[in-house]
Design a protein around this ligand. Structure first.
Ligand code: ARG
Length: 466
């Protein structure tokens, strides 16, 4: 026989939930991490209740002291969470009610629906700030490699085929751009989170004379000028899960970026390339092949990005097709966002650690970038300079490349007489283009890999990343 329900909602029930249902429906095992935000929300809410006269200031103070004590207990790991009490909200409220009789008034004009929305918005603001800081750490690690070895030239690749020479710093700055967008996206998500749900109630607000703006101010849901921001539709407020999806998107996109960076590092560290060596501290060996040093941190970064995308997908599927407003399905919104947060935080740290510890093999890079074929486009530009239309120039260089292949000579070692036979645009000085310094110096425009631009970007990043 099921016990009579003791839950906060137990009044209209003759029987409590089955053990199996308790196990099935509890969320405290994962939402307990919302405790600091739940407590902040309850303190603000009770301050508002006192402000409008729905509770006395004495009751408010008792509630605040009780909540502070509970938070201290939780922080010290001395709080006993009970799955019988379903979620973080009921665990805290029931613990409070045991010591503070006034706590029976705390849930006045509030529902767990606007409560959990508030907890999560506070959590998102916090989570975005933490992740942005961690990504900044990864950016700083990248910048420090650029500062140390950024003068090295390497081939840039398209289709994973050697394309054109770039400074390693230019390649690394591409990573900084990607991660900078990730940080900006997190700042944007935090700004979307900055609206206070409290007062929306379960779906239709309350008949009681509450002051939503007061609560919003208490919780820091304010604009740049300190004006309170409260959500504008009670139904949307308790149904909306856009933020969850936006947050998971920001994490997934960071995942795509870190995965691409990781892939470059894996390729560069292979014996075939050997542009870099990854730090032993972020690699592992083989249990069978003694010679192996595997780039596991990079491979895991690549793998974890799949998980971040999976979390996003879970949330999109969870929200689609749900009727307004709150449905219990939405409790499943938390594990994926918490996982995205945890994994993104970890990945950003690992990315930073891996990059900070890598060694650049300058000789190997110099050897690879010495390939004169990398400057074939510069040879076409040379012809353009001499009045040849680009399409024609492209063809004329293609023929030179073909000749080099036939004669089995490096591009820059072809006899000038042979080259001049291919197109009248070629002069005696045709081979001047095969000079990396010249090639780089000529790339002067904004966003290009020439040394003056790279210097400019160094300044910009040094300023941006502090
Ligand atoms: N634990 C619940 C969740 O995360 C809190 C909201 C419960 N609301 C309700 N109407 N049962 O979704």
């Amino acid at each position: 026989m099921a016990k009579k329900s003791q839950a906060t909602w137990g009044g209209r029930f003759t029987a409590g939930p089955a053990e199996l249902m308790l196990k099935f429906s509890e969320s405290v095992s994962f939402d307990h991490r919302l405790a600091p935000f739940d407590i902040a929300g309850s303190k603000a809410h009770s301050a508002m209740l006192a402000h409008v006269g729905l509770i006395t200031t004495k009751e408010r103070d008792a509630i605040h002291a009780g909540l502070d004590a509970i938070l201290a207990q939780i922080t010290a790991g001395k709080f006993t969470w009970s799955t019988q009490l379903e979620d973080v909200h009921m665990n805290i409220e029931q613990a409070l009610t045991k010591n503070v009789p006034a706590a029976a008034r705390l849930h006045t004009a509030r529902s767990r629906n606007d409560q959990v929305a508030t907890d999560m918005r506070l959590w998102f603001k916090h989570a975005c700030a933490v992740l942005a800081e961690k990504i900044l750490g990864a950016q700083r690690a990248i910048l420090s490699v650029a500062q140390r070895d950024g003068d090295v030239l390497i081939p840039g690749y398209t289709h994973l085929q050697r394309a054109q020479p770039v400074f390693l710093s230019h390649h690394l700055f591409a990573y900084l751009e990607m991660l900078e967008r990730d940080r900006a996206r997190l700042v944007e998500v935090a700004s979307h989170a900055n609206w206070c749900p409290l007062g929306s109630g379960a779906i239709a607000g309350t008949t009681l004379p509450i002051d939503r703006e007061f609560t919003a101010k208490q919780l820091g849901f304010v604009d740049a000028r300190g004006r309170p921001q409260v959500t504008q539709n009670s139904m949307d407020t308790v149904a909306d899960r856009d933020l969850f999806i936006e947050f998971a998107t920001a994490c997934a996109l960071f995942g795509v970026h870190m995965s691409r960076i990781a892939e470059d590092l894996i390729i560069w560290s292979s014996v075939e390339f050997k542009f870099i060596d990854l730090p032993d501290t972020f690699c592992t060996g083989s249990s069978l092949m003694p010679q192996k040093k595997n780039p596991d941190s990079c491979e895991l970064l690549r793998g974890k990005s799949a998980r971040l995308q999976g979390n996003l997908h879970t949330l999109l599927t969870l929200a689609k097709g749900l009727p307004l407003t709150y449905n219990r399905d939405l409790q499943e919104d938390k594990p994926p966002v918490f996982d995205s947060f945890d994994q993104t935080a970890l990945c950003a740290d690992v990315l930073a650690g891996t990059i900070a510890g890598l060694t650049v093999f300058r000789d190997r890079c110099a050897g690879a970038v010495a390939d004169p074929a990398l400057l074939a486009t510069d040879l076409a530009d040379y012809l353009v300079d001499r009045g040849v239309p680009f399409r024609e120039a492209h063809h004329a260089v293609g023929s030179v490349v073909k000749l080099a292949e036939t004669l089995q000579l490096p591009l820059d070692k072809l006899p000038t007489a042979e080259v001049k036979k291919i197109h009248p645009g070629y002069g005696d000085d045709w081979a001047v283009v095969f000079d990396l310094k010249r090639a780089m110096d000529k790339r002067r425009g904004t966003g290009m890999p020439g040394p003056a631009q790279v210097r400019k970007q160094f300044k910009r990043w040094e300023k941006l990343l502090g």
